[in-house]
Each structure stands twice: as structure tokens, then as C-alpha cells.
Ligand binder design. Structure first.
Ligand code: FBP
Length: 551
């Protein structure tokens, strides 16, 4: 494969490691843990892996042990996130640093490769081609849900065949939930296989005190912010369009919020706030029309509106509709399958309770249909397929026409729609993500060597210099609670949504009015890999603010 000039030079980048991981390590064991909620239920479901302590690595200046060689398997699970390849190189370098005879195997195309025994050995020469690059193409990724004993047993056969001591699952909250279930299962049957998770997702919703951010969030947000900045320049040059920009992130609005802090658009909707204020679709439209009408008074018929991907699920009435749709789609799946669009809508409509049926009926047909599309394997609505940005702009346009008729609005409204998601998921990782992912991988190798299972690789203190990052592990069960999925209560890692008392949100909220009624766009420009640290190594504004820093 011919490489670009940047690829060639970037391949030479040596990610930085925390001081603690720069040589032999010893383990510091902390206090036993509890799950974030539903402690009794979770403890019952995870009798062997519940309550384990948080652990931290320290440099061991007097190492005595010579490590036996061991083999490790890895799975890349779910959506792509920048830095995945560096997790793999970190694990590889980590196990090789312990014993050069250690081997690394990659299961192909996500959990399905594990179940169906499709794998490859990852050698030094092969990995070299992928260091510091974006994407998951080194072994591919997939969304098969690892959830039942037959799959666990099928996987165990190949693990035994390859003499694999530990499996590393690189995934988001759902995949790491599965990692915890698998760890418990193997421990329960005495299979002698460890399972370690690595926190991945551009969505930024897998975070807590020990997982300060999921990898990929930093890079993805910087890619989107660059393009939003470019659109804002265009918008401010031609002064004739409102750009409705939907941003990935599934349920949480972290990406939209981070991009708003980076680019200062005229409006950024925050789903969590909309839920907290119990706003209706109508309220949101009124809010947008107010801004548009006020800007029109100043002679500005242009602007930018950021829309989080998961918005629709946070509008209370829509949320109720979606949760009933989830049940109807499961309960009547055979009847619905294969029906023509209109018939499908009619049939689903007939099973809805009156209030939800009315709302469902009021939606534009394409949006109603998008809401009935298959859920992903974890039972989530595939929000990336719902065109919320066009739903909103269409409603805004109709409302502005009414306002114009009543003399409440004089202006011109023309909308452009964008959806940024896939553009950012495979970008070459920023220096932050390149270092963070490499450290997460290297650290996972140390967790394996320490004999731990059911742990997530944790690297924290991330706004300090890399040297001072803290490396260790946390039991996955401590992040869990019980939630309703596919019509039943299941133990899952609790998603971290935007905290309305947190500094990132409060910062944006404090600027919101000014940004709406002025034109104060910021243009972050493209990710820089070489140059001054304040440009190249700056972590996300969300992380800086959460760590009490100024932006
Ligand atoms: P993960 O949670 O698996 O990391 O996926 C993140 C994400 O990019 C979401 O933001 C988005 O809603 C979804 O994946 C899109 O899924 P797909 O890649 O299957 O289209």
C-alpha cells in the first residue's frame, strides 16, 4: 500500500508512556469496590468478580520475577474510534516487554471472529504498518453481541487451541458489559482465561472518576470542530444559510457540547438539558425560531445550529414513544417483518397507546419509518439513521412562515443539512489519543500479567503531562447498574451523560445567549501533529474543564 507523506512521517511517532509504565511494574491494591447502583442484584449476578479492588501500577525498581511467555487475544468491538491501532501496538509492546516469546492474536471483524474462530497472529511487521493510524482495519470490528454461554464456549475452544491466557475487548459500554459477563463466566467454570476491557468510543459516554475519557473522543471532536469551523466561515461569508449540523454521539451530547465549546456556534442543543426541562419538540422549535427572528432583526439571515444525534430520544414525549416502539417491535416482530412501509407504519400504529399513536402519526413519514428501523444488537435505536436535523429545520421553516404571516418575523430562511459522524471515527489519532491509547494497551498487558480478570484498563490524570498519568485498573462491575434492555432488566455499565452541573455544560450555558445573538464563531483548524505543544497536545475542552482548568 502506498503511503502519504504524512503517513510515512507519522508512523515514526513514538507514543509517550506514563512514568509508571516505563519499566517493570508492581501492583498497588486499593479498597474493595461496589457497583454504582443496584448493588445486591449486581453482586448476585457477578459472584466471582464483584467487589474487587481498584489497582494502580508503580515502577518496580527491584524486579525479581522472570515472566513466563503467554498469549493474548484481542477483539475490536463496535464503532470505530481513533487510536484503536495504538491500543493494539501498546498491548503488543507491553507483552513483548514482559517476554519476547509472548504472542498476540486478533479476532477478525469483532466478536463474531471470536465465536467463529476467525483470527490472525499479529506480528511486529504487520503491526508496524498500523502504528499511529486511525481505523480498526488492522483486524476489523463488528457489533455482534457476546451474550450467551454457547458463544462463550465456542470462544473458549479457540482460546484453548491458541493457548491464550487473556482476551482483551476494546469496546464501548455495551461491549465492556459483555467483557464483564464473559470474565464472570470463565471464572465460574474455572476456565483460567482472563478478560480485560479497554474504554473505546468517540461518544465520550464511557467515563467516570477512573475512566476520565474514552479514547477517540478527542480526535473525533477535533475533526468535527475543524469542519464546523469551515462551515461557519462559509456561512459568515455568504450570509444566506442556516446550517443544521447533526453530530454523532448516540445518546449523550458530549460531542455536540465539545464542538460548541471549540467553535462557538449560534445554537447547540443539549439533549440532557431538554430532558431535564421536559421540553417538547414544539418548545425546541420555538427556541430556534426566536434566535432566527432576533438575528433577522439585526439583518443576519444565517447561522449554525448543532444538533446531538440522540436528541429525539431525550424529548420526553418521543422517549415514551420510542420505548413503546421498542416493545412493539419485539412483541410483533414476525407480523411486522417484510411489510411494505405504509403497512408497517399502520400495523405498528395499531399497537401503540393513544398518546403515542397520535405523536407517531404526526411525524413526517420518513422520520416515523426511521424510528421503526431495526435496533442494533444491544437494543439501541440506531439514532445515526434518524434525520433529526431535517425534522427540525422543516418544522422551523413552517413555524417561521406562520410567524411571518403574523408579522412576527421578517427575514429569509434557507437551510443546509450536515451529519458528521463517520468522518471522524477513523481519523489518525491526535497526539493525545495516540499516547492515551498506547498507554491503555500497554497497561492492559500489565493487568494481564498481574493475573487480573473483569478489569478495565484505566489511565488517568490526563490533563497532566503524559509522564504523570496514573495507570491501573478498575473492576468493570463497579460501573454497572440494572437497566431495561430488549424488554428485560439487565446489568449494564451506566452511561455517562452530560452533567448539567458540570463545568463543560455550565461554560457553554454561560455563553449561549451571547453566541445566539452575535456572530462569534471560532475556527479551530485541522488537527496538528507537529508543532507547539499548546496546539498539538491540548486535550479536549471537556476534559480540561472537568479537571478544573480554564479554556
Ligand atoms: P460505539 O458506541 O460502538 O463506539 O459507536 C459509536 C457510534 O459512532 C455512535 O456515535 C453512532 O450512533 C453509532 O456508532 C453508529 O453505528 P454504526 O457504526 O453501526 O453505523
Amino acid at each position: 500500500m502506498k503511503k502519504s507523506a504524512l503517513q510515512r512521517v507519522r508512523a515514526e511517532y513514538q507514543p509517550k508512556l506514563p512514568k509508571a509504565l516505563q519499566g517493570p511494574v508492581k501492583l498497588k491494591v486499593g479498597e474493595p469496590t461496589k457497583s454504582v447502583a443496584n448493588q445486591e442484584e449486581i453482586e448476585k449476578l457477578f459472584p466471582h468478580t464483584y467487589g474487587m479492588p481498584v489497582v494502580e501500577f508503580e515502577r518496580d525498581d527491584n524486579p525479581v520475577r522472570v515472566e513466563e511467555p503467554f498469549n493474548v487475544g484481542i477483539i475490536l468491538s463496535g464503532g470505530q474510534a481513533p487510536g484503536g491501532h495504538n491500543v493494539v501496538s501498546g498491548i503488543f509492546d507491553g507483552i513483548k516487554s514482559l517476554n519476547p516469546e509472548c504472542r498476540l492474536y486478533g479476532f477478525l471483524m469483532g466478536p463474531s471472529g471470536f465465536i467463529n474462530h476467525q483470527y490472525m497472529e499479529l506480528t511486529a511487521g504487520y503491526i508496524k504498518e498500523y502504528r499511529n493510524t486511525g481505523g480498526f482495519d488492522i483486524i476489523g470490528s463488528g457489533r455482534t453481541k457476546l451474550e450467551n454461554p454457547e458463544q462463550f464456549e465456542a470462544g473458549l475452544t479457540v482460546l484453548k487451541e491458541l493457548n491464550i491466557k487473556a482476551l482483551v475487548i476494546i469496546g464501548g459500554d455495551d461491549s465492556n458489559t459483555n467483557a464483564a459477563v464473559l470474565a464472570e463466566y470463565y471464572k465460574n467454570i474455572g476456565a483460567d482465561v482472563q478478560v480485560i476491557g479497554v474504554p473505546k468510543t468517540i461518544d465520550g459516554d464511557l467515563k467516570n472518576k477512573w475512566i476520565e475519557t474514552s479514547f477517540g473522543f478527542d480526535t473525533a471532536c477535533k475533526v468535527y470542530s475543524e469542519v464546523i469551523g469551515n462551515i461557519q466561515r462559509d456561512c459568515n461569508s455568504a450570509k444566506k444559510y442556516y446550517h443544521f449540523i447533526k453530530l454523532m454521539g448516540r445518546s449523550a451530547s458530549h460531542i455536540a457540547l465539545e464542538c460548541a465549546l471549540e467553535t462557538q456556534p449560534n445554537v447547540c442543543l443539549i439533549s440532557e438539558e431538554i430532558l431535564a426541562k421536559r421540553m417538547t419538540l414544539d418548545n425546541i422549535v420555538s427556541q430556534l425560531c426566536y434566535v432566527i427572528a432576533e438575528r433577522a432583526k439585526l439583518g443576519w439571515n444565517f447561522g449554525t445550529v448543532l444538533v446531538p444525534e440522540g436528541l429525539i430520544e431525550f424529548i420526553p414525549s418521543m422517549k415514551a414513544l420510542i420505548s413503546e416502539l421498542n416493545e412493539v417491535l419485539v412483541d410483533h416482530s414476525e407480523e411486522i417483518e417484510g411489510l411494505e412501509d405504509l403497512e408497517r407504519l399502520r400495523t405498528i400504529h395499531s399497537y401503540l397507546t393513544p398518546k403515542n399513536a397520535e405523536l407517531f402519526h404526526s411525524l413526517p413519514r420518513h422520520i416515523a419509518l426511521q424510528l421503526t428501523l431495526d435496533r442494533d444488537s444491544h437494543g439501541n435505536v440506531q439514532v445515526s439513521l434518524i434525520e433529526t436535523e431535517s425534522l427540525l429545520s422543516g418544522m422551523v421553516e413552517r413555524r417561521l412562515e406562520e410567524m411571518a404571516e403574523n408579522g412576527e418575523y421578517i427575514g429569509k430562511f434557507a437551510a443546509q443539512h450536515h451529519f458528521f459522524g463517520y468522518e471522524g471515527r477513523c481519523a489518525d489519532p491526535t497526539n493525545f489519543d495516540a499516547d492515551y491509547t498506547y498507554a491503555l494497551g500497554f497497561n492492559a498487558a500489565m493487568l494481564i500479567n498481574a493475573g487480573l480478570t473483569g478489569y478495565m484498563s484505566s489511565v488517568r490524570n490526563l490533563t497532566d503531562t503524559t509522564e504523570n498519568w496514573i495507570a491501573g485498573g478498575i473492576p468493570i462491575t463497579m460501573m454497572m447498574n440494572m437497566e431495561r434492555r430488549h424488554g428485560a432488566m439487565k446489568p449494564v455499565i451506566q452511561k455517562a451523560l452530560v452533567n448539567l452541573n458540570g463545568r463543560p455544560y455550565l461554560k457553554y450555558a454561560s455563553m449561549r445567549e451571547t453566541l445566539a445573538l452575535n456572530t462569534l464563531y471560532q475556527y479551530p483548524g485541522p488537527i496538528q501533529y507537529f508543532g507547539p505543544a499548546e496546539v498539538c497536545d491540548r486535550p479536549s475542552m471537556t476534559l480540561l474543564l472537568e479537571h478544573g482548568k480554564d479554556i
